[in-house]
Design a protein around this ligand. Structure first.
Ligand SMILES: [Zn+2]
Length: 284
């Protein structure tokens, strides 16, 4: 069993209709942007895998700099829909040190996607090899990225990621993948929908898989309900991704860990797999 740690880099407050989208097409995003109901703040998780081939960090969490008034572009409606609560001690660099890991020990940083609460801690890893899906990087860059709610102007100057191209190596219901380690136990999977180039990280242990799911859904329950969130630019892709994940967890005992699921840390430490897949409700 690999040493895998959940690192909580603060919390984020979001609206109910972002967690569970309502309606379809442009209406769904509009419903989210006009929602007045704040849900309970949810954790922002990043993950650390102590792997024999090198330490792997999955997502970098958020930065305490978000407390500065001008950190987020005020003109962008998306940033009126989220509230970050991150202290300097919450940042991933400090928390890695508590685990006895310096950021120089980290060989790979994998970003599930480039939203601020996943890329906000990039500045801690100037020496690591950083991996992002090619499509995600292309979407998140420049003005186009800023319009879509990314913060490319906040990326470190040295940021020059390795762009992941998936190969036609099927993993269960996923028709392509990218094997990171020689041991073939850390696999990147395309899980598009929440963003155009979203990926997930599969950790294959002897008897089960750990699915580091990013924002494919905000909780395990929402995955089981096949509920697409309220911000995914491609609802159909998001739905297909949720279907593939559900098919995968039916095939292989899987610990499913979305980045903002309040129960994720506990499920990781217990290696608690998705329960009773046969009781899974499917949404027509
Ligand atoms: Zn996201």
């Amino acid at each position: 069993m690999l040493g895998i740690h959940a690192i909580q880099t603060g919390t984020v407050g979001i609206k109910s209709k972002q967690l569970r989208g309502e309606g379809h097409g442009a209406r769904r995003l509009l419903n989210t942007l006009t929602d007045k109901t704040w849900d309970q703040p949810v954790p922002i998780y990043a993950w650390v895998i102590e792997h024999p081939e090198g330490v792997i960090v999955v997502d970098t969490g958020e930065t305490a700099m978000t407390a500065q008034q001008d950190y987020f572009p005020q003109w962008h409606p998306f940033f009126r829909q989220v509230k970050m609560f991150v202290s300097p001690e919450d940042e991933i660099g400090v928390q890695l040190m508590h685990l006895g890991i310096t950021s120089n020990d980290v060989r790979w940083v994998i970003l599930t996607h480039m939203h601020t609460d996943h890329a906000g801690g990039l500045h801690h890893f100037p020496r690591a090899e950083i991996l992002v899906a090619r499509k995600e990087y292309a979407t998140a860059r420049g003005l186009r990225g800023r319009l879509q709610g990314y913060l490319p102007h906040r990326w470190p100057r040295w940021f020059n990621p390795h762009l992941v191209d998936f190969t036609p190596e099927a993993v269960g219901p996923f028709s392509s993948s990218f094997a990171l380690t020689r041991a073939n136990d850390i696999i990147l999977l395309p899980t598009e929908g929440h963003t155009n180039g979203h990926l997930s990280v599969l950790v294959r242990e002897e008897h089960l898989s750990i699915f580091l799911a990013g924002d494919t859904s905000y909780t395990e329950q929402l995955m089981l309900e096949q509920a697409v969130d309220g911000v995914s630019p491609n609802e159909q892709a998001a739905r297909e991704t949720l279907q593939r994940i559900q098919a995968y967890v039916r095939m292989v005992p899987t610990v499913y860990l979305p980045s903002h699921d309040p129960a994720a840390k506990e499920r990781l430490s217990q290696r608690q797999t998705v329960l009773s897949p046969e009781t899974v409700k499917t949404v027509p």
